[in-house]
Design a protein around this ligand. Structure first.
Ligand code: FAD
Length: 462
């Protein structure tokens, strides 16, 4: 192999400028940059990138089409395996999947696969591309999809493409799941999600909002209404708390509530929207995943003067994408490593005024393979905070599991138990995404949704 050409770095807005608004940070590739990146693809016969992708994206094929400047063909190839590429192209952790597997990663830097996927998808959205797939008539079945996150959207698109009648039942007033209510506008604009959802609507998928399955109606009601298959993709949207003294003080938010109020309920436009969220001058965010980075960067955009991420391990163990940690740093987020909260301190008006922290050190690896943090005696300290965001993860909402007799669950968290075909203990009831995997990623939700759709199709047409 000759000398490896350097990889293009996608341009980003200047930190000082971008931190003042919620507009998208990463600006996308130019035509020249995309063609250059595509030309770096070696088109390896073994295609390790495809094997590493949870949806099996046909990377070398779409790279060739981009290189040939046939973007319509590139989009068709992308859509064969991925129904919402403008979303995954922005938030998928490609650096640990297809790009890590890329042959060029071993000798230089991998092809910027995610950036090229986003480029193709954005081009298609801008130019109104997309195959119009009319629902077929013969052998048409009815499919109910519960939840409109990446798992639900994937199943809906796959089943509509097969010609079935598909209806999505969503608890919230907008479709998209976490990619709308959790991931902020500056990483994934709502308009992009809306455009991807519109493409599904054009395929004939119907959406009904404000329907909580398990409360408004039960899973059994869906089967009684004549749905042949039901898919549950209700995600993991129930916040975890720390159970520490003072945690019920005002202005201590779960990351879920904090981000939902700002992203979906437009708290930043109070009083035009009646969903206020108080962001004080000093904000502490507990946790170090993507949710913590999103919360910290959102707090800065809401006007906080100082935002500090507190994490009990070190930077090397942070679960957030490296790119998002870098973005947060560039924007001025501070990081306090090897520290864990002991209790939250309240003020006389019931609000939070600070966090008592315990210094930590790393011991032997735990079951996750990461070194276990241990308290260091005598290392307690106080950190002032007027707002605290707890971003230590989410668990599944148990509503459907509790209201569906015969539905088996797995583990303490109550994940829906499925077989290798993603079918649950109830015949015709499928599940995938976070509600099966526990907190995972957009592309894993899509990949498992894709597999559930294949099984569903197989059963309904057998
Ligand atoms: P969800 O996206 O959670 O969607 C579930 C949907 O079901 C929701 O719309 C919900 O309202 C609806 N629902 C729930 N219960 C019911 C019910 N009873 N009836 C009707 N509807 C119901 N992953 C990445 O790959 N990259 C990232 O950068 C990234 N960043 C993240 C940032 C944040 C802040 C968070 C919280 C998560 C992030 N993730 C990221 C994880 C990723 O978003 C999830 O893994 C993914 O969205 C899971 O998809 P899903 O379809 O299983 O569920």
């Amino acid at each position: 192999m000759g000398k490896v050409q350097p990889r293009v770095r996608m341009a980003k807005r200047d930190p000082e400028d971008r931190v003042r608004d919620f507009n998208e940070v990463a600006v996308g590739l130019t035509d020249e940059e995309a063609a250059y990146e595509a030309s770096r693809c070696l088109m390896c016969p073994k295609q390790p990138c495809i094997a590493a992708c949870p949806v099996g994206a046909l990377v070398p094929l779409f790279m060739r089409a981009v290189k040939d400047k046939d973007l319509g063909k590139a989009y068709d190839i992308v859509r064969e395996k991925n129904r919402i590429p403008a979303i995954s192209g922005r938030v998928c952790p490609q650096e640990t999947l297809c790009e890590e597997a890329c042959t060029l990663a071993k000798v230089g830097s991998p092809v910027a696969i995610g950036a090229v996927e986003r480029y193709i998808a954005d081009y298609a959205l801008k130019s109104g591309l997309g195959k119009e797939i009319r629902p077929g008539e013969e052998g048409r079945k009815r499919v109910a999809v519960v939840g409109s996150g990446p798992a639900g959207l994937t199943v809906a698109a796959e089943m509509a493409a097969k010609g079935h009648e598909v209806k999505v039942f969503e608890a919230l007033h907008k479709p998209g799941g976490v990619v709308v209510y959790g991931i902020p506008e500056f990483r994934l604009p709502k308009k992009i999600v809306e455009q991807e959802v519109d493409a599904l609507r054009r395929q004939g998928v119907e959406f009904e909002h404000g329907v909580i399955i398990g409360r408004t109606m039960k899973v059994k009601d869906l089967f009684d209404d004549g749905y042949d298959s039901v898919f549950v993709g209700t995600g993991a949207g129930s916040p975890k708390f720390m159970g520490l003294p003072g945690e019920d003080s005002n202005y201590i938010y779960s990351s879920n509530e904090f981000l939902t109020r700002i992203n979906l309920l437009k708290a930043y436009a109070f009083p035009t929207y009646g969903t206020p969220v108080k962001v004080g001058r000093k904000v502490v965010v507990i946790g170090a995943g993507n949710t913590a980075m999103d919360s910290a960067r959102t707090a800065l955009r809401m006007g906080a003067e100082e935002v500090c991420v507190v994490y009990r391990r070190t930077r090397a163990e942070m679960p957030a994408r490296g790119e998002e940690v870098l973005n947060a740093e560039e924007e001025g987020v501070q990081f306090l490593m090897l520290s864990s909260p002991l209790r939250f301190l309240g003020d006389e008006r019931g609000g939070v005024r600070g966090v008592e922290l315990q210094g930590m050190e790393l011991g032997e690896p735990d079951e996750s393979g990461r070194r276990r943090p241990k308290p260091v005696a005598g290392s307690e300290s106080l950190k002032a905070a007027e707002t605290v965001v707890i971003a230590i993860g989410n668990k599944v909402n148990p509503l459907i599991q509790m209201t569906t007799p015969g539905l088996e669950t797995a583990g303490e968290e109550g994940l829906i138990k499925v077989n290798e075909a993603y079918e649950s203990s109830i015949k015709g009831l499928y599940a995938a995404g976070d509600v099966v995997l526990g907190e995972a990623t957009v592309i894993q939700a899509m990949g498992t949704g894709q597999k559930a759709a294949i099984s569903m199709q197989h059963r309904m047409t057998a």
